[in-house]
Design a protein around this ligand. Structure first.
Ligand code: PFF
Length: 453
């Protein structure tokens, strides 16, 4: 064990801080730009119900596994498997998690940079009738240009690094505790504004009216994939944060609350975005197009739209930032504990690598767009490999590890926090079954479906 690990570890100090840090990791771009669109495209309420089933019966048990591994080991993702796994093989699981987090952070920070650029534009009242912008042309020329997106990406990475240098208690916990309530209030204001626009009812129906004909087998896979990404599973973030959770905390309760808050944020985001999109008769598009083209077009027509634009892009930035710090912490915890680096040095070392990777992702939208690997540009490759391969394998190994490697008594001990909380027998049996058999089977099915598609 390294000196750093044996010295007193930094950690969370309050239950609320833990919940908001976990929720901060989960609530991100996935909630704001993917969830609303997926709901509308895949049968509205039908999709939401299936999503909830996936979240409760598959994803929450996976989250619980990451909690168990993290808190029991009190170590970074790699060290956790090393410490609890005993033999060499399991360390691969930890390594995959660290890699997944690094890959995601590389492209995520580029989009985080875009959110800062758009916030600056919003503050300059560009998204008003007087702003005179052409959202599509503006977006395309911005992301394909060389220097501007790189500079904003570096600013985003710097913000992430500064919070992480301050540590778990003084950085992550303090900031997420302050930022998440702000994000919640902003999203609620936006949702109320959007839902009270004339013609907003169509958007609400798009989101919530059940339409079984639109729900297909690919909708089911999309729901599961979204639940995975949205809950930040399989890339060591929950595991690493859980390693900072004190023994007295109820990890079952914390998993349930994180899951509930993440889903609530996603629904509020849907209510903030889709009613406005429909009120202006625009067709909803997925991903960057929705957030950086469609919404600016709406803001410029909306009464007091300039103000709504500022609120929206602050929200987008905060959501991306709190997710990014959780991703960076996976790598930092690994460097501190496995390579014996001091936190500021670990941040410096990892930042120099992330700057290179993020710059490549940024350039792949423009100057390097001709560079294709498996017919994907660098940005899309990082996205694809992390979401479809590394995260899925990371989650699979986490459930297999808890279900088949850890002792049943140790799992019970961890779930009850050493006997402080009662865990009903029937509940434990069902959970244990899901962890051992159902969750691995579903994850393997997703992997196969992903390979086929
Ligand atoms: N959950 C984040 C989102 O919905 O945008 C994305 C994410 C963050 C994925 C952290 C994985 C992770 F470890």
């Amino acid at each position: 064990m390294s000196n750093q690990t044996s010295a007193k570890r930094d950690g969370f100090v309050s239950s609320l801080g833990i919940l908001l840090a976990m929720t901060g990791s989960a609530v991100g771009l996935g909630n704001l730009w993917r969830f609303p669109y997926l709901v509308g495209e895949n049968g509205g309420a039908t999709f939401i119900i299936f999503y909830l089933v996936c979240v409760i019966f598959i994803c929450m048990p996976i989250m619980v596994c990451e909690f168990i591994i993290g808190r029991r080991s009190q170590a970074n993702a790699f060290g956790a498997y090393k410490r609890l796994g005993g033999d060499k093989g399991w360390k691969v699981a930890g390594l995959l998690s660290v890699l997944a987090a690094a890959f995601i952070l590389s492209f995520y920070s580029v989009v985080g940079g875009w959110s800062i650029r758009y916030l600056v534009l919003a503050c300059g009242l560009k998204f008003t009738a007087a702003g005179g912008i052409q959202p599509e042309t503006m977006f395309n020329s911005f992301v394909t240009s060389t220097w501007a997106p790189i500079i904003y990406t570096l600013i985003f990475l710097a913000c992430t690094g500064i919070i992480i240098v301050a540590g778990v208690k003084n950085g992550i916990e303090k900031f997420t505790k302050a930022l998440m309530p702000v994000l919640f209030v902003l999203m609620v204001i936006l949702a109320v504004r959007s839902m009270t626009l004339p013609g907003a009812g169509e958007g609400v129906r798009y989101l919530f009216k059940p339409d079984f004909s639109k729900f297909t087998s690919s909708s089911a896979i999309a729901a599961l994939g979204q639940a995975f990404f949205s809950l930040s599973l399989g890339c060591g973030t929950i595991l690493t944060y859980a390693s900072y959770v004190p023994r007295k905390e109820n990890i079952l309760k914390c998993s349930a609350e994180t899951t509930a808050l993440d889903t609530l944020f996603a629904l509020i985001a849907g209510c903030a975005i889709m009613p406005a999109v429909f009120a202006y008769g625009i067709s909803p598009g997925q991903g960057p197009g929705l957030v950086f083209v469609t919404l600016p077009a709406i803001f410029s027509e909306l009464p007091a739209g300039g103000f709504a634009a500022i609120l929206f892009f602050v929200s987008l930035f905060l959501a991306a930032l709190t997710s990014a710090i959780s991703l960076l912490e996976v790598v930092i915890a690994f460097l501190i504990e496995e390579c014996n680096l001091r936190r500021p040095v670990a941040v410096g070392v990892s930042m120099s690598v992330f700057v290179v990777l993020a710059v490549l992702c940024s350039l792949s939208q423009g100057a390097l767009s001709h560079v294709k690997i498996f017919s994907l540009n660098i940005f899309d490759l990082f996205d694809y490999v992390s979401a479809n391969v590394l995260m899925t394998f990371g989650a699979l190994l986490a459930v297999l590890f808890v279900g088949h490697k850890l002792k049943r008594a140790d799992i019970q001990d961890e779930l009850s926090s050493g006997g402080i909380y009662g865990v009903p027998r029937g509940f434990f049996k069902a959970l244990y079954f899901i962890i051992r058999w159902a969750a691995p089977a579903v994850i393997i099915a997703i992997l196969i479906a992903g390979l086929i598609s």
